[in-house]
Design a protein around this ligand. Sequence first.
Ligand code: ADP
Ligand code: MG
Length: 747
Amino acid sequence: MDKYKVLKKYFGYTSFHPGQEEMIDSLSNGRDVLAVMPTGAGKSLCYQIPAILSDGISLVISPLLSLMKDQVRSLNQAGVPAAYINSSLTEGQIRKALRLAGEGAYRIIYVAPERLVSPNFLSFALNADIRLVAVDEAHCVSQWGQDFRPSYLKIAGFIGQFPHRPSVGAFTATATAAVRRDILKLLSLRDPKIVVSGFDRPNLFFGVETPRSKDQWILQYLSHHRDESGIIYCATRKNTDRLCDFLNAHGYLSTRYHAGMSNEERISSQDNFIFDRIKLITATNAFGMGIDKSNVRFVIHYNMPQSMENYYQEAGRAGRDGDPAECVLLYSPQDMIIGRYMIEHRERNEELSDGEFEELRRRDLEKLRRMEKYCTCPGCLRQYILEYFGEKAGSSCSGCSHCTGGYAVTDATWEARKAVAAAVELNGRCGLKNMAKVLCGTVREEDKKRRFSSLRCWKALDGMEETDVCDLLEALIQDEILSRSFPGGYPVINPGRLAEDILSGKKSFMWRRPAEKKESRNAPVRMENEGAWSEEDLMALLRGLRLTISQEKGLPPHIIFSDSALSDMCRKLPLTEREFIDVSGVGFRKAEEYGERFLQVIRSFCARFAIREISDDPKKGRQRKTYRQDQRLRFMLTPSEASAFVPSEEPCSMAHFAKVLSDLKEPSEVRKLFGVDVEGKLLSLDVLKKEKKETGEYAVPGPRAQEFHLSVQEKLSAKGTAYQTVLLSPEAQMMILRLYTAPEDQK
Ligand code: ADP
Ligand code: MG
């Protein structure tokens, strides 16, 4: 069997993700490897496929019991004989597992690193035909990483004892240079093939929101994501408890997880979440390590985390299955104050010298500052993330709240100058609110008024709303144009580090604010439309069946089928066993075990809505009719929704256009259109084509661009490199609108 056959037969996939093949080929040829790939990239397959292809036994060293259990269950479900040996088993069970392993019952054996030095295990390992040792979460070997595990240091010694050294694979998502060096050295890798794949997670949407009430924002969000599984991270235990109660009181069943709970409580919460019995979990950052649940559809941060490293790791728990998922950070300036307080009042670790402690604190404050910058930066969030982790990125992504027009950026240099001048003149006499009052001339009390009204900065920003001026001052503080200090125990505003640059004209100030939210229109009463169906309806049925099976078997739902496998069923609508095996994520074993039950649901759904039928004509074979194809497009406007569209006079970006169309849908509709969707559609119609450049692939005008009246604009990125963007003229907008409008009879 070759690797492609294994991929389809056991895992149900038809193509490899970037980097996987290289890793698989190298390991299969006996070469060591180091793979640095982001969460969800599919690292497990990189060692599981060589293990299945090899005649011998493969060991996988993994740091966490829950991870091992999850992976072994998945492998067994896929039809691969695998087992784990760790402290969750009794001595008797371990003896039995080792005996079976010695008899060749397992292809893949997962072990905790501590196990490598146990005499029983050693005597098994050194006598067995071990061809491959895979070290998962290899960063645990490094003290620079976040999850150092001293027992990982024993791995090299363990491998050194084999008369025929097996090939060694190291896998991690942590990419800093220091960690990578440690892995190479401390695991004694020999001439390894190294693959570092991009850190981007294209299926994740990144957003930063600054709502007035975070609680209300979350309620609103959840009302659009009812059936989905999600994590809400809070900074403190207290807030975790409070938010969990709040959500439950508002009808959103939620469980909780933090270090203040008993071990049993935590295990039960975690299980409820993993088994989809409860879809929502509110948690501190204690939750998540070792959680491989693949169908987490959103991760919301109620507070700003302490560093980008933490944020990307936590947010990255969304969408491991590759389906679209959202990561939203709810930011308020308060978060920065709390974060700084926590770092500055941290308890002294006795093992550190004064200098080291100071250095650590300095480093953490810097990390916090860079985290805050993410929350307040005017540009593309994905670009910010990738550049933070040392990768090149395009300046716009159509997959973050900034690129999809969630924010308006205006040049507020003039206003910034007025504010700096005021800070100089007031000379530390005012806090933020009072300063805003002075700038607007809205100080009430007469005597104060007398004191301030003779100042030059009095009413300097006359005409602006006081709340807007407060927002402006806050933004200036974040950009270090103003600063806030606490001389007498209460906060006052002073010029900041970069104040001079603003006054001298060396620097401009771009103010980023949430774009005006459209008033949500009154949702029209929906007509029950008999005969209409949507993918979501079928998805709900399939999820229901998955949950039933999960309860029958005592297995987490995502191990039975991932969300992406269920979505593919909705897309392909298989009606026969043959067709079922074509679904992505369906291997031979799962088709055998669950195929018929899922097929029944799909068949009766199709029959009910007369969606598909199979041709009886044997000559036509699998050429089947597919009805109402157009209804299956993900995003469609009804003619009446489309009639409300007004094209923008200026040529606009695809992201902006997609946002405008999405806004035409009634608020209860979950479906959204994104810039990438529009781009994909235009690519498929040859209106755009892909062009390869040094920094990646870009969509540029294609053969039919003229017909669609596309225009191209030259732009300069923040770094000064020139790039082109494709814009939609008013004519183009109308033409594309038609592509997204359902014909009259199918409202
Ligand atoms: P990692 O360990 O890199 O975080 P996993 O190995 O847990 O990622 O894989 C993440 C998800 O991607 C799993 O649900 C897995 O089944 C899926 N996956 C892996 N490789 C492929 C592939 N080639 N095609 C489709 N899905 C894949
Ligand atoms: Mg993994």
